[in-house]
Design a protein around this ligand. Sequence first.
Ligand code: GTQ
Length: 351
Amino acid sequence: MNAPHPTAPLREQLYRDMDPLNLTPLWEVLHALVPPQPASPCVPALWKYEEVRPFLMRAGEAITAEEAVRRVLILENPALRGQSAITQSLYAGLQLILPGEVAPSHRHTQSALRFIVEGSGAYTAVDGERTTMRPGDFIITPSWTWHDHGHDETGPVVWLDGLDIPMIRFFDAGFAESASSKSQAVARAEGSSFARYGHNMAPVRHDAPFGLASPIFSYPYERSREALDRLERDAPVDAWDGVKLRYINPLTGGSPMPTMATFMQKLPAGFSGKPWRQTDGAVYSVVEGNGEAVIESGGQSWRFAFSPRDHFVVPSWHTARFSSERGCVLFSYSDRPVHQALGIHQEERLS
Ligand code: GTQ
């Protein structure tokens, strides 16, 4: 038997005596504080739309959009229950709006993205300009812009909300306020932002109306899809990503909003991708087609068979690879711009 270390009682007594002064010995926690590589508490998770949708529709019976302010079911990481987080830094939720409803106008420092999952004809209004929502469209609500959502047409409309809520909470930097009127007055014609900034041109003056965020509110699916189709036909397919593009702020070439990067990718039919890992955990929304994601970390492995409108999360530094027999299209977002701004982004492409 090993004799107890002669200093052990000394240390125990030290810890007990200094505890009331809120003092803790670094050497007991150093390894966990400065890990040799990221050790995310998040786990990979998949939400099948066919399983989630009935609960969204029940939410539609249980509460109005106006009473809820935002009628959303939060996609919580199973390892972070109660924290309204899908990764340590990101929030995801599915928002439902029904014909005739209004989600009242407010603004907050948290940035939001919308990715339209089901239905058409709802609108979101951002600082006086409305944008009609269609499946596959990517829409932004920059920090501190007034926004309300409404629906004057038919059928339920569901979209994915991606926000930097946990990140802003981490920094204790959140502000919010409600508007005095439910819906904003329309100040500009629909499509005027896209006309000004969406054609590789920009106004001659005043060309950054939303500071760090993109002046384009809506990136229509047909444009993104057309680009991916053309690249699939005419350019080499990447062995890890298939055909993948990032959305940009046309004024800077950077991400549409400072805290979140967004991507659209197509896996061609028969694609069997090589594995990769990156420090930015990412949330995926399946747009079209079926496929499989295999995610591995610390000897554990997850295999997700995904279909249109399903959502899944790949946490930081988990190894992932994608495949698709008949081809598919995936939208995703992550906190990559923050990693890049801090100079800590890491990516590995494995073979
Ligand atoms: O639409 O403004 O899912 O403020 C969570 C917080 C949506 C929104 C969410 C929000 C919103």
